[in-house]
Design a protein around this ligand. Structure first.
Ligand code: AMP
Ligand code: MG
Length: 417
């Protein structure tokens, strides 16, 4: 069990570091064990459930890497160019005859090496003499321009490990093995709620004091990108009894419940109390900005993560808390996004002990190096600050200030979701 650290921030009481909190949450969720077998195209982005060992070597047979002329290494001209009659021809997709010593075989890229040959001259490096013979220059290394069977992947090699989130190149590899489907973890079922009397769903009338619910849609599409099956459970009103009962109901049919809003300490913040009334609260605040109030609880065995309502806080805590939770549920190997070093073109002060994320745009400085420009305003409610920037600069717990010209770690939005 992680230690609760002393909190030095606004609310008083303990506040956990992001890593501690995520460690606790991911340790508390049980990996979904059910799998399904899906076609290669549908496997993109899913989590591979079983190791895939190469059922055949890649390439499956030794072949020419270029268009040219194949000869045995024993015939290679050593000091002077030498002419060879061309007595056979082999193109991609067919097996040619064995080569005769002292002869060259016309060969094309991808064609199997004829028996008795092991080296290929590129057609650009040779000429044809008046007698129609190919004149090969001296100095080529034995084995040149040949792709030996298994040079890419030997037969039996575990080429794709269970827990991998499949990428297009992984799908290509499975196809190269002749597979038509892959076994993946079934989709994680996630229930998504917004909370707040001030919210109206797009497509419904909006009262003067209401705003349209945007977080729910952002969260649903981020979950979709993580391969989840998402249930849109709408907006919960700021009313404890119906909220608690909706959470309890959602727990029965989902692997994870995600809420946004209502996790602060205000009188109308009912999510925390709701979780406590039908389940147990594991933690509810962490040292992250934007963010801070992030609740994690368990309702009848189903984990719940309650994100803050401010859109930027909701986005940032999704990326750093919910994403690892979903990946843990689906058995995905841990893959922390790696910040890219860039030069700060801003100054910034922050509290020690808290992880902070700064919304930035990248540009090239006069010397060609990448620079991060801070979005001019800081409000956690500004959707434009997410739309008009390229990513987040991550400032670790021990950082207290950033001066222009210092190197900082940048996380592009496309790497975060
Ligand atoms: P809360 O965390 O419930 O105190 O909400 C903090 C702020 O975020 C308030 O200004 C809310 O109006 C806003 N907010 C809460 N939920 C949403 C949502 N689903 N979409 C957009 N803004 C929201
Ligand atoms: Mg609220």
């Amino acid at each position: 069990m992680a230690q609760l650290s002393d909190d030095c921030f606004a609310f008083g009481g303990p506040m956990m570091s992001v890593d501690e909190a995520v460690g606790i949450i991911t340790a508390r969720v049980a990996k979904v064990v059910e799998t399904e077998t899906v076609s290669l195209v549908d496997a993109d982005g899913r989590v591979l459930a079983r190791d895939v060992a190469a059922p055949l070597p890649l390439p499956p047979f030794t072949n020419s890497a270029v268009d040219g002329y194949a000869v045995p290494a024993s015939d290679l001209p050593r000091e002077l160019e030498q002419a060879f009659p061309v007595t056979a021809r082999v193109q991609a997709g067919v097996t040619g005859q064995a080569a005769q010593p002292g002869h060259a075989v016309r060969i094309f890229t991808g064609a199997p090496m004829p028996q008795g040959t092991d080296t290929v001259f590129m057609q650009e490096d040779v000429r044809i003499d008046d007698g129609g013979r190919v004149v090969l220059p001296p100095g080529l290394k034995p084995g040149a321009n040949v792709r030996p069977a298994g040079e890419d992947i030997p037969e039996g090699h575990v080429a794709l490990k269970a827990g991998r989130r499949l990428k297009p190149q992984d799908i290509a590899l499975a196809a190269a093995f002749g597979l038509t489907a892959l076994e993946v973890t079934r989709r994680i079922r996630v229930a998504v709620f917004s909370t707040g009397d001030e919210l109206a769903s797009p497509g419904t009338p909006r009262a003067a004091a209401q705003l349209f619910d945007s977080n729910r849609f952002m969260l649903m599409v981020m979950l979709k990108r993580l391969g989840c099956a998402v249930s849109d459970l709408g907006i919960l009103r700021d009313e404890p009894v119906s909220l608690a009962s909706a959470l309890k109901q959602a727990a029965a049919a989902h692997d994870l419940i995600l809420t946004t809003g209502g996790v602060s300490t205000g009188e109308e913040d009912h999510v925390r109390a709701g979780v406590e009334s039908v389940g147990s609260l594991v933690l509810w605040r962490m040292a992250i900005k934007p963010g801070r109030p992030v609740a994690m609880g368990i309702i009848r065995g189903t984990p719940l993560v309650g994100l803050p309502g401010n859109p930027v806080a909701s986005f940032v805590t999704f990326v750093h808390v919910v994403r690892p939770t979903v990946l843990a549920l689906s058995g995905a190997a841990k893959a922390l996004p790696v910040p890219m070093p860039v030069r700060a073109a801003f100054s910034y002060k922050k509290k020690i002990g808290r992880r902070e994320y700064v919304r930035v745009t990248l540009r090239r400085g006069a010397d060609g190096a990448l620079e991060a420009i801070k979005f001019p305003r800081e409000g956690a409610g500004l959707l434009s600050s997410l739309v008009d920037t390229d990513g987040l600069v991550e400032l670790g717990e021990d950082v207290t200030k950033v001066a222009p010209g210092e190197t900082v770690g940048f996380l592009g939005y496309e790497n975060l979701i």
